[in-house]
Design a protein around this ligand. Structure first.
Ligand code: NAP
Length: 252
């Protein structure tokens, strides 16, 4: 989008994968970018450098989105160091090792929902406080990363992860309607199987390519293909689109 001069987007979980691709796609579309991450400072610094090489401003900000004080400190840094926030890509998300529901621990559920659901809620809360016309903001756009697992349920694999993304779908529709008259659009992208490191973090590094037969288009997607949908939903070209959930899944 070209109308975002001097507007900032926060992309959570942007040190690699879909988040890093979204940060760069947003920068190409005119956004200044806050690159959030938890562990890999060198990777987040690299993404911020690439954003600056595209002529936009960028900072890398370490914060676990499930840690409320750290999250509030991140927003305070963005307020202090970048132009006003007008966008949020709620991308940070995790899976866990393959497990059936009858093998699921409370600790696993708490970690998964704290990051995938509560983190997205809290980031959206802080973004709305800054962007809503109700709070004298200038409006903005939020895109949440869901998953087609929300539709498929993840049986035998990670029903808990799928359920966390089902919550994101409902959150997207509800928040979209709540703030539609306050200048904020809220949408979701529901990726299918995308070739990123997330599968290795769940103990299945080859999952993306081994799953091709499950995908009507016969291949996993790329982070850039997901980012293209995200950046469109963030842009003024999508100005009449809110509460939408867009599958980017090769037909899955
Ligand atoms: P990924 O490659 O594992 O990257 C995850 C990113 O999130 C990293 O930058 C990581 O940073 C960061 N992160 C992890 N926990 C965090 C936390 N608590 N707070 C802040 N940042 C955190 O994942 P991905 O595949 O790009 O997935 C991105 C999103 O798309 C997730 O919401 C995922 O559920 C969704 N999605 C992915 C797929 C897929 O097949 N890949 C499919 C559907 C949906 P550090 O490494 O620095 O900790």
């Amino acid at each position: 989008m070209t109308s975002n001069n001097a507007c900032t987007v926060l992309v959570t979980g942007a040190s690699r994968g879909i988040g890093a691709a979204c940060a760069l796609a947003c920068a190409r579309d005119g956004w200044d970018v806050a690159v959030n991450y938890t562990r890999d400072t060198a990777a987040a610094e690299r993404v911020a450098r690439e954003v600056r090489a595209l002529g936009r401003r960028a900072i890398h900000v370490q914060a676990d989105v499930a840690d409320e004080p750290a999250l509030l400190a991140m927003f305070a840094r963005i307020d202090a160091e970048l132009p006003p926030l007008a966008g949020l890509v709620n991308n940070a998300g995790v899976v866990d090792a393959m497990a059936r529901v009858d093998q699921t621990s409370l600790a696993r559920l708490q970690r998964l929902f704290a990051i995938n659901v509560f983190g997205a809620f809290l980031c959206a809360r802080e973004a709305v406080k800054r962007m809503s016309t109700k709070y004298q903001g200038q409006g903005g756009a939020i895109v949440n990363l869901s998953s087609v697992a929300a539709k498929l349920g993840g049986p035998g694999w990670y029903v808990d992860y799928a359920a966390s993304k089902g919550a994101i779908d409902t959150f997207t529709v509800g928040l979209a309607r709540e703030v539609a008259a306050e200048g904020i659009r809220v949408n979701a992208v529901r990726p299918g199987i995308i070739d990123t490191d997330i599968h290795a973090s769940g103990g299945q590094p080859e999952r993306a390519h081994q799953s091709s037969a499950l995908i009507p288009m016969q291949r996993p997607g790329t982070a850039d293909e997901v980012a293209a949908a995200v950046v469109w939903l963030m842009s003024d070209a999508a100005r009449y689109t809110t509460g939408a959930i867009l599958d980017v899944s090769g037909g899955r």
